[in-house]
Design a protein around this ligand. Structure first.
Ligand SMILES: C[S@@+](CC[C@H](N)C(=O)[O-])C[C@H]1O[C@@H](n2cnc3c(N)ncnc32)[C@H](O)[C@@H]1O
Length: 264
């Protein structure tokens, strides 16, 4: 059974968000990737890889002599990631279905294990997930976590309807036991898993959405309606507000944390 209970629907808008975040990551995290050993020739696992938005950056970093294994718990997402790999002709990237706390990957078989934007969706399993990730690098290899500080994410210009949607999103996650501020605890999760902390940094990604891009709250709208956090009658109002905001040249300020830790 590989249903992680993931709430964000994949759509063109959500794929666009992943691609923009991945492009921002290449710029912002160069030093952390080096410290994590995501370098030419490395074997890298991307756990919770989604549709593979990070694959171009990882493939570029490890080069033709490296290899990449993507894992995700949602089979249709793995199919999308696989389609990207096939279309891009990457022979050294494979993708498989698996849970973040039980990937099925062999112990000690990677130089670096990356997990991005997954822990915030797994409040009840954060430590179990990081404990499992800690088994995957070889001794001296690294785990690299990236996650958010949701309480400080904001968008400009101010719009009361968008604020209401984002507030509902935070409430929705809190009700599921998720911690949208998990970025501030990456160091503790890694050391509790028996790893040695190498680096821990925070920064803002400042994103100018274009075209289809929407915030994560919009991708979770159906799950939020099902959970009773918003009503179906609110959706048209929220969509109109997002379109209004985009038409005015919106900016998203996304506070992120990245932590690298070594397996002894
Ligand atoms: C926000 S997306 C991030 C995707 C990718 N890491 C990136 O940064 O572009 C989170 C992904 O993690 C997957 N996921 C969430 N919880 C999971 C779990 N417990 N086991 C496996 N996959 C999980 C979801 O299916 C989704 O594809």
């Amino acid at each position: 059974m590989t249903d992680p209970g993931y709430a964000l629907q994949l759509s063109e808008a959500e794929l666009a968000r992943y691609r923009i975040m991945a492009a921002a990551a290449r710029e912002a995290e160069t030093e952390l990737w080096q410290l994590a050993g995501i370098v030419p020739g490395a074997a890298v696992a991307d756990v919770g890889c989604g549709p593979g938005a990070m694959f171009p950056a990882i493939a570029d970093a490890v080069g033709a002599d490296g290899r990449v294994v993507g894992v995700d718990g949602v089979p249709t997402t793995v199919t999308q990631a696989q389609a990207l790999v096939t279309a891009s002709g990457w022979r050294n990237i494979t993708v498989q279905v698996g849970l973040a706390d039980a990937t099925g990957l062999p112990d000690g078989s990677f130089d670096a294990v990356m997990m991005r934007h997954v822990l915030a969706h797994n409040g009840l399993r954060e430590q179990a997930i990081v404990d499992h990730l800690a088994t995957l690098p070889r001794p001296g290899g690294h785990v690299y976590l990236v996650d958010i500080l949701g309480s400080m994410m904001f968008m400009k210009p101010d719009d009361p309807d968008v604020d209401e949607l984002n507030e509902a999103y935070r409430r929705f996650h809190a009700e599921q036991g998720n911690d949208l501020n998990v970025g501030t605890r990456l160091d503790d999760l890694l050391t509790a898993a028996g790893l040695e902390l190498v680096a821990y940094r925070g920064w803002f990604n400042i994103i100018k959405p274009q075209g289809e891009l929407r915030p994560p709250a919009w991708a979770a709208r159906n799950a939020m309606v099902a959970a009773g956090v918003i009503s179906p009658d609110d959706l048209d109002r929220f969509e109109a507000a997002l379109e209004r905001m985009l038409a005015q040249g919106a900016t998203i300020y996304a506070p992120l944390f990245g932590a690298v830790a070594r397996r002894p």
